[in-house]
Design a protein around this ligand. Structure first.
Ligand SMILES: [Zn+2]
Length: 98
């Protein structure tokens, strides 16, 4: 699988780097510039899911959606990560719209 070096979110191009020395599967960093880091050991489906998860974090940040409590952000990201793809996959009207 070819690993992307950036993800386009609206007009933003967020660079993606692959890091050998990280404990988490991935992380989004808002500063100094928006970027996504993915654990170099994550492959295939895990890579796509991790990239999608961090892309959801990036999208919230880039569109000014801020949370006082990090667990709230994780709950919203989990919704975006699981429910949105399912809605699009299982409802033709949304696939046609996209
Ligand atoms: Zn997260």
């Amino acid at each position: 699988m070819k690993r992307p070096i950036s993800i386009k979110i609206g007009p933003h191009v967020v660079p993606v780097t692959y890091v050998k020395t990280m404990d988490e599967a991935g992380q989004y960093m808002a500063t100094p510039n928006p970027s996504i880091q993915i654990n170099d050991r994550i492959k295939d489906g895990g890579l796509v899911l991790t990239l999608w998860h961090e892309t959801c974090h990036a999208g919230l940040d880039l569109y000014g959606i801020d949370f006082d409590k990090p667990p709230d952000e994780e709950r919203v990201v989990r919704f975006m990560e699981t429910v949105l793809p399912q809605l699009i996959r299982e409802n033709k009207i949304f696939r046609d719209w996209i």
